[in-house]
Write a protein that binds this ligand. Structure first.
Ligand SMILES: Nc1nc2c(ncn2[C@@H]2O[C@H](COP(=O)(O)OP(=O)(O)O)[C@@H](O)[C@H]2O)c(=O)[nH]1
Ligand SMILES: [Mg+2]
Length: 334
């Protein structure tokens, strides 16, 4: 039904998506990968998002006869309040302003089309993975965003798929950070390379060496995120990136920015800062189980051209799900 929204991503053709194939005999609504949320639980998870991004706006606009400047301004304000950001909100409203024949009763349909096309133009949401090769995931983001937790959850997911998984403790700034990663990796059954207090780039170097010698499938690189010292942090991340580019140039599968969904538009400025030194490929949005407004998913896609590929919906090992743009938009509007 929504097939026309789908856009082919050339990467997806070469690389195997990690999403499991649906079982043939499964009923329609259960045709989901093992790592996806069912449609019903997705709907429940993004209830708040749906209310602020769609419900409030439709309620305010739908009953009007014609679009006028007051209604368009109100609409823009509501979109900004839903964490969509000034640029994305005004782009959506400006486009509507130019469509003379559009009626307020069509606002729902208009928003649905806009959100779909923005999300789809940011590219495939399937996590890149190549079978029979080393796959390295470089995880960055500010303190507390959920990087270490994401790594624990990803390690668990890859282990469940029968992969050999190595975790690199690249946040050597706090001993507690390495301890936390150690606990997660033990829980997931993954191996860890750590060297307390050492230079993070050297930990990553050691991890790549071990992974190549011992035929690992996956390396997950944890990093520090002290944004209050932006210069040092960016230098540290650039150094790690150089080590990866030099020693495992074909293995870097994703550079993932981890964003706490509750940080709203702050997330966008974080994305810009990290893009300066790490060539980001995707976003993992954590803590969607909270009261997040979620409009950030759309503005990240529109302004940074980055797809959200993973969503965190809790603190447990299984609380990491694939993000499906089509389902997300359907759930927003249902
Ligand atoms: N509710 C919820 N909490 C999360 C999620 N992801 C991470 N957290 C929590 O956020 C806090 C910070 O996570 P951590 O992985 O240490 O962040 P880091 O500093 O980026 O490594 C921890 O208390 C995690 O349990 C999520 O998806 N949902
Ligand atoms: Mg951490």
């Amino acid at each position: 039904m929504f097939d026309f929204f789908k856009k082919k991503d050339p990467r997806a053709e070469q690389e195997t998506a990690l999403q499991e194939q649906p079982k043939e005999e499964a009923p329609q609504q259960e045709k989901k990968g093992f790592f996806s949320l069912t449609f019903e639980s997705l709907k429940k998870t993004i209830e708040n998002t749906s209310q602020s991004l769609v419900g409030n706006i439709v309620k305010q606009v739908e009953q009007e006869e014609e679009f006028d400047e007051f209604i368009l301004d109100d609409m823009e304000e509501l979109l900004i309040k839903a964490d969509l950001g000034v640029n994305t909100a005004s782009a959506i409203v400006d486009k509507l302003r130019k469509q003379n024949n559009m009626k307020p009763s069509q606002v729902r349909e208009y928003l649905q089309n806009e959100f779909s096309s923005i999300l789809n133009s940011a590219g495939s949401t399937a996590l890149n993975y190549k079978e029979n090769e080393l796959n390295l995931y470089f995880i960055v983001g500010v303190n507390g965003a959920g990087k270490t937790t994401l790594i624990g959850k990803l390690a668990h997911r890859f282990k469940q798929q029968g992969k050999k998984v190595l975790v690199a403790a690249g946040d050597t700034f706090r001993a507690a950070a390495e301890e936390q990663l150690d606990i997660w990796s033990k829980r997931a059954g993954a191996d860890i390379v750590r060297n307390d207090g050492a230079d993070p780039a050297s930990v990553v170097f050691d991890a790549i060496k071990k992974a190549k010698e011992e035929n690992y499938d996956v390396i997950l690189v944890d990093t520090a995120g002290r944004l209050q010292n932006k210069f040092n942090l960016m230098q540290e991340l650039s150094k790690i990136k150089t080590v990866i580019d030099k020693n495992a140039p074909d293995s870097l599968r994703e550079s993932i920015l981890v964003l706490d969904a509750n940080t709203g538009q702050n997330g966008l400025s974080q994305a810009k800062v990290f893009t300066e030194c790490v060539n980001l490929s995707s976003v993992a949005l954590t803590k969607l189980d909270g009261s997040a407004k979620g409009g950030i998913i759309i503005s990240i896609a529109k302004e940074m051209n980055l797809p959200v590929k993973l969503i965190g919906v809790g603190e447990k090992m299984d609380d990491l799900k694939d993000f499906d743009a089509l389902d997300f938009v359907k759930a927003l509007f249902s």
